[in-house]
Design a protein around this ligand. Sequence first.
Ligand code: AVI
Length: 325
Amino acid sequence: MLLEQTQTVDAVTAQFAADVRAGLGRTGQKELASKYLYDVVGSSLFETISIMPEYGLTRADERVLRRHADDLARLIPAPLLVSELGSGSGKKTRWILEALCRREPVTYYPIEISATALAFCERELSQVERVTILGIEREYLDGLAEVTKRRQPGARLLVLFLGSTIGNFDSGADRRFLQCVRQTMLPGDCLLLGADLVKPLARLLAAYDDPAGVTAAFNLNMLARMNRELDADFNLRQFEHEARFNPRTSSVEMHLRSKKSQTVTIPRAEFMVHFREGETIWTESSHKYSLSELQRLAADSGFECQEQWTDQEWQFSENLFVATV
Ligand code: AVI
């Protein structure tokens, strides 16, 4: 069941046009926000990335959740309200909901800006016994504020933020975002945070530049999306995908590199943009954490890091943060 809906299609397109104008009109490094990678085409390409042999992150996330779901249920007392920031396909959440629902019925509030993703998640998770799913079609923090309004006195809130989406925030924005999340919570509430860890360079680069070209297609779809939604005339063959590691920020960056000097018109953004040969648009950063950095992140945003579960095959962590007084 869909509970809340906010922005119209026109408003979303107008915001996209404004962000494209600002990001491509910058002097210096051109950039576009990574959230624009995820239209219907991009989201389905991301689902494919998550099963590519080189991209171990999603499988590791699932493995750790599956292995430790009962431990998590033991650590968090009932009664409980569960919310998830970005439900995705809902696949990973199944293990947690099943473990929690074994002891008592649970209401689950997935928060997503995409109605399609919410519908998908609902289909996937409605088979879990004793779960009630109430989808919220909103930005994360607005959605969370809505969830907390529905909390019964004495109920504890568990917020799930899985899949290392936290790593896609700009440097410093991860901490600021978690501080905002904390402000919607009460002491004793919990946050389960999935975060990818630092690993050897070759492994990282292969994960973000798979030989089958799925990640390249995912990145290039950003240009195709501007063509579809803003009537732009990007020639996708004149750009190429690039993944590089930035050691200063410990992040894999995705860029779109212009193969030649060219000018592109974007009518619905009322904008023309010139690219020098070799110039790039920075489309995403994926930060790779260390376990101690995650403990500091918890402390800096009003939590205590109570538990860290990791995967041995692909360095990945699931972190249980408890809101402090
Ligand atoms: C969604 N997010 C955690 C992915 C990541 O690994 O940073 C997005 C992604 N970009 C390229 N491949 C996957």
